[in-house]
Design a protein around this ligand. Structure first.
Ligand SMILES: Cc1ncc(COP(=O)(O)O)c(C=O)c1O
Length: 503
């Protein structure tokens, strides 16, 4: 049998001929047989009781590490607690059971929720308009760049082919750029961790369509010269794309448009605490300044003007509209509606003051950890940080690496921080505690990392062979990702090429 772990008994191992988990009532209609060819007889499904199946899947689910089970300081990912009220709202019948093809008149409450969320995201960033269509942050990036291209083309400005991207950027930035048909011009960072202003100045000419800037950047640092950078890019006719992944540090404190940003995506899962999921379904609404509003992907929700004139006191009627020069749809139907319900609930629950407090506490928690851990692990850009910080997984007197430290953290019950990103810091450990963690949790994390630093000197093998407390030990992570085995099969059925373990 092939089991995901290699040693774990599969449902096939537990199968006992004749055992069943269902007790069907006696047939009260004439028996009929399926036409030939419709039913397979060789599928060899395991035969199990209901309890066998229940225990098997429950045990597997308990092996997952999630933010509900422990501290998850995965930098850049903002793994904060997802409030259960948001989950309950997303499951309300009216939201969960409505169909995207329903007549808009029958789903006015849903459209009203989307309209208000558009309005709030517009206001939080200081933008003019928002589309809720993109299904992830990276999808928002691609959408923003396609709008940037449409904007330049509409002005007959065809010669702009390059996007400036700092070397600290998240990998999705260059990937989205190249998908949108632009070339990347990488800009180095300076010794304070900012994008190098002189390099930006030298790059700014008529070939620049725009810049993609993350602020705070992926070192967790506020871009100290962002005003000058955006001025230079605007000065040469380019646009400024803000990667809004790190808005959890700025919400309620400053509006990105005040920093010169023209287009920005929000990652609803990072800032407004919708679940991450394995790559989706997420939501990455894209927000723009007035000059770009007509290019937004549609449909977006608008108030039907006749409804306001008909009954100025009553609730408005909503309809779906396509902006005049829309780049078109980027997602089926209305985006991932259930995520929108959760983000709406989160914003409504917290209110303006609550959102601002979250940002302040996220920054406070990150700085608390930076100061506490800075004596044990080197912090290469050691200045006041925003919502996350990057240290190095090195210990004086030991040859252990960031990966070893991270794997050992699992034995202490913590999810590892992000490893080896951003690329400009060797042995990077990128730590983002988020505002939802208590001081006790942060102290326990510091304590574990300090103990690991001692172990690194006394018994480095303990770290190099970690983790020791998990169902599987250290994996070959490349093979584990490339040859993921998600299927259990009986011996008679060989695994497909993709599932076959690497030689
Ligand atoms: C800085 C940054 N930009 C972009 C992204 C991409 O966002 P998403 O995962 O929603 O596609 C991430 C995700 O971690 C990020 O951290």
């Amino acid at each position: 049998m092939n089991s995901p772990t290699g040693t774990e008994p599969t449902l096939y191992d537990k199968s006992v001929s004749g055992r069943t988990g269902v007790d069907l009532p006696a047939l009260d209609v004439p028996a009929a047989s399926l036409p030939d060819g419709l039913r397979r007889h060789d599928n060899g499904l395991p035969e199990l009781s209901q309890l066998d199946v229940m225990r098997h899947y429950l045990r597997l689910s308990q092996r997952n590490f999630g933010v509900d089970s422990g501290f998850y300081p995965l930098g850049s990912c903002t793994m904060k607690y997802n409030p259960k009220t948001s989950e309950a709202m997303a499951r309300l019948d009216g939201f969960a059971h409505s169909h995207p093809l329903q007549d808009p008149d029958t789903v006015q409450a849903n459209l009203g929720l989307m309209y208000r969320l558009q309005e709030w995201l517009t206001e939080i960033g200081g933008f003019a308009a928002v589309s809720l269509q993109p299904a992830a942050g990276a999808h928002g990036e691609l959408t923003g760049l396609l709008m940037m291209r449409a904007y330049h083309r509409a002005r007959g400005d065809e010669g702009r082919t390059q996007i400036l991207i700092p070397d600290s950027a998240h990998g999705t930035n260059p990937a989205s750029t190249s998908m949108a048909g632009y070339t990347v011009l990488q800009i180095p960072s300076d010794d304070r961790g900012n994008i190098d202003l002189e390099a930006v100045r030298a790059a700014c000419d008529g070939s620049v369509a725009g810049i993609m800037l993350t602020n705070p950047n992926t070192l967790g640092l506020f871009e100290e010269q962002i005003d000058e950078v955006t001025e230079l890019v605007h000065g040469c006719g380019g646009l400024v794309y803000g990667d809004g992944a790190n808005m959890n540090a700025l919400t309620g404190i400053i509006r990105p448009t005040e920093l010169g940003i023209d287009i920005m995506h929000y990652n609803l899962h990072k800032t407004f605490s919708t679940p991450h999921g394995g790559g989706g379904p997420g939501s990455g609404p894209v927000a723009v300044s007035q000059a770009l509003a007509e290019y937004l992907p549609g449909p977006i929700v608008a108030v039907d003007p006749t409804s306001e004139t008909e009954d100025p006191e009553g609730s408005p009627r909503y309809r779906l509209v396509d902006p005049s020069r829309s780049i078109g749809r980027v997602c089926t139907f209305h985006g991932n509606f259930a995520m929108l319900v959760r983000a709406y609930t989160y914003i409504r629950m917290h209110g303006a003051d609550g959102l601002r407090n979250n940002a302040l506490h996220a920054v406070l928690n990150a700085n608390y950890l930076r100061v506490k851990l800075g004596n044990t692990y080197p912090v290469p850009y050691d200045r006041v940080t925003m919502h996350e910080f990057v240290c190095q997984g090195r210990v004086e007197g030991s040859s252990v690496r960031a990966l070893d430290i991270s794997k050992r953290l699992i034995d202490y019950g913590f999810h590892p921080p992000t490893n080896y990103f951003p690329l400009i810091v060797s042995e990077a450990l990128m730590i983002e505690p988020t505002e939802t963690e208590s001081r006790e949790t942060l102290d326990a994390f510091v304590d574990a990392l300090e103990r690991i630093a001692v172990e690194a000197v006394d018994d480095p093998t303990l770290l190099e062979t970690a983790p020791h407390s998990t169902p599987v030990g250290r994996l070959d992570e490349v093979q584990a990702a490339r040859r993921l085995v998600l299927c259990q099969r009986p011996v008679a059925q060989p695994a497909t090429e993709a599932e076959r373990p690497a030689p």
